[in-house]
Design a protein around this ligand. Structure first.
Ligand SMILES: [Fe+2]
Ligand SMILES: [Fe+2]
Length: 145
């Protein structure tokens, strides 16, 4: 998947509440991607480099996404006794840890954090949403979702 891409119905799991949240992650990817595609000069805003500010916003959105979205998936895992709960939750934990380390890098002044965040999110989309999340669909459908 190229980093700036259009949402495609093939990405849907067919469970609306979950697809809507996945679309939010997709929007984060596109927001960051469109900024990085422009030639961003280090203009400052409130004493911070603009790109850093946008990256910080994306990291905040990722934290919120992690709380809301992982909570939703994990609640269903518990409710439906999903067999891959543990390994799936471990993946979610990696996402949270990554946000933490990206924040640290940003604070240290690492200039590649925006690119790193974008590549992490794009890979997450392909490896997690299109792979791990797909695996629970059958179980969720069986339970009426
Ligand atoms: Fe998900
Ligand atoms: Fe997930």
């Amino acid at each position: 998947m190229s980093s700036c891409a259009k949402w495609n119905d093939d990405y849907s799991l067919g469970i609306k509440a979950i697809d809507d949240q996945h679309k939010m992650l997709f929007e984060m990817i596109n927001k960051l991607c469109s900024v990085l595609e422009k030639d961003v000069t280090p203009r400052t805003f409130n004493g911070k480099v603009v790109l850093d500010k946008i990256t910080e916003e994306i990291l905040d959105e990722m934290s919120e996404y992690a709380s809301n979205h992982f909570f939703l998936e994990e609640s269903y895992f518990q409710e439906f006794h999903y067999e891959k709960t543990e390994e799936h939750m471990a993946q979610h934990e990696l996402f949270r840890l990554k946000i933490h380390s990206l924040r640290e890098e940003l604070e240290k002044g690492n200039e590649n954090v925006a690119f790193e965040t974008l590549s992490f999110l794009s890979n997450w989309f392909v490896r997690h949403i299109l792979h791990y999340d797909r695996e629970y669909v059958e179980c969720f459908h069986k339970h009426g979702l």
